[in-house]
Design a protein around this ligand. Structure first.
Ligand code: KG4
Ligand code: ZN
Length: 334
């Protein structure tokens, strides 16, 4: 019955969680507001904020879990990919903690952690996916269709060749001056808009791959043309613009996902990563699942964006395999 402390610091969220086996006891997150005014994550500011947050966040996670430091059997940490300065704070903290307590370290890949977030257990006993299943991983940095054969046997079937889906949504929001990160704002504003009001071309990319830079450019040029004749175009059409760009991105995501489902014949599908919090994506995937008789797994909203609970569950499965990390391991950015 291992008790695992998990630490996530790959981008701009400092998070710590405590799990007993696969059950989550606490999950504490400090999000960094400082980046909003710059319209994106400033790496230097992110690592400084992690330094300020890491001790109170870990302390909070241990206290909220109702455990003692001495109850912890291992420390799981995100080793990469992410921002180097951000990763270093979590990695160094995890190493010091493990060394001081004389317990093993477990390194976790951030993307695997997102995918494995489906296996986090809380007080309810919600169903978990059975292997094999397909997972659409959509975050600010990644867009992949992954075939999972077991917890750690993951085959990447499709990938973006340029921007990630979350990056495209954030850039569209930035063009409309909606602040950073724009994904949640577009999600909210789109609820009052018509998803079919404006159309933006979906690129022709082979296989199960994605490309989002063309969608972003066509959105930018469309707005530039409209603003030339009506300077209030964005303000007057905000909800429809949000709904339409969201529809373009989500339907492209689901088109390739459907292709992968048909090709593999697998009937269980999951989504993970920050963009899987998007309500339109969740609705559309649920409807698609009903149509094709797939079992659809949507993570709880708190496990979509970056969090340490997902690092903890990945760490738990590695603990069972006795896959421990050496104290000298450096973080990796890609
Ligand atoms: O997984 P995540 O927290 O960090 C990375 O590993 O990248 O994902 C962050 C991304 C951002 O692009 C953010 O705008 C997007 O997830 N996001 C959303 C929503 N919530 C977060 N995008 C659309 N709708 C949302 N509700
Ligand atoms: Zn992430």
């Amino acid at each position: 019955m291992p008790t695992i402390l998990a630490i996530e610091s790959s981008c701009d969220d400092t998070s710590a969680a405590v799990l007993r086996n696969d059950r989550l006891l606490s999950n504490t997150i400090a999000s960094q507001e400082v980046h909003r005014q710059y319209g994106g994550v400033v790496p230097e500011l992110a690592s400084r904020a992690h330094q300020q947050n890491i001790i109170p966040v870990v302390d909070g996670a241990i206290r909220n879990a109702g455990v003692m430091k001495s109850d912890i059997d291992a420390v799981a940490f995100t080793r990469g990919p992410g921002l180097l300065g951000s990763l270093l704070v979590g990695v160094s903290f995890a190493k010091s903690f493990a060394q001081a307590m004389g317990i093993p370290l477990i390194e976790v890949n951030h993307l695997q952690a997102h995918v494995l977030s489906h296996f986090i257990k809380e007080n309810d006993d919600s169903e978990v996916p059975q292997f094999p299943f397909i997972c659409l991983l959509v975050s600010g940095g990644h867009t992949q269709i992954i075939l999972l054969k077991s917890h750690f046997e993951m085959e990447i079937l499709g990938n973006t060749i340029d921007d990630a889906a979350g990056e495209a949504i954030d850039k569209a929001a930035k063009i409309m001056d909606l602040g950073y990160p724009g994904g949640p704002v577009i999600d909210r504003l789109a609820k009052d808009g018509d998803p079919l009001k404006f159309t933006f071309a979906q690129p022709n990319i082979p296989d199960f791959n994605y490309s989002f830079s063309g969608i972003k450019t066509s959105f930018l040029y469309f707005l530039r043309d409209q603003l030339a004749t009506n300077p209030n175009f964005i303000a007057e059409n905000q909800a429809d613009l949000c709904a339409s760009i969201q529809h373009t991105i989500v339907s492209f995501l689901l088109k390739k996902l459907t292709k992968a489902m048909h090709k593999t014949g697998i009937r269980q599908v999951a989504v993970a990563g920050g963009v899987s919090a998007n309500s339109y994506l969740r609705e559309q995937l649920t409807a698609l699942g009903e149509k094709h008789h797939w079992k659809v797994f949507l993570p709880k909203k708190q496990f979509c964006t970056d969090n340490a609970a997902m690092v903890g569950i990945a760490g738990y499965f590695k603990y069972l395999n006795k896959e421990f990390a050496d104290i000298s391991l450096p973080p990796y950015t890609r």
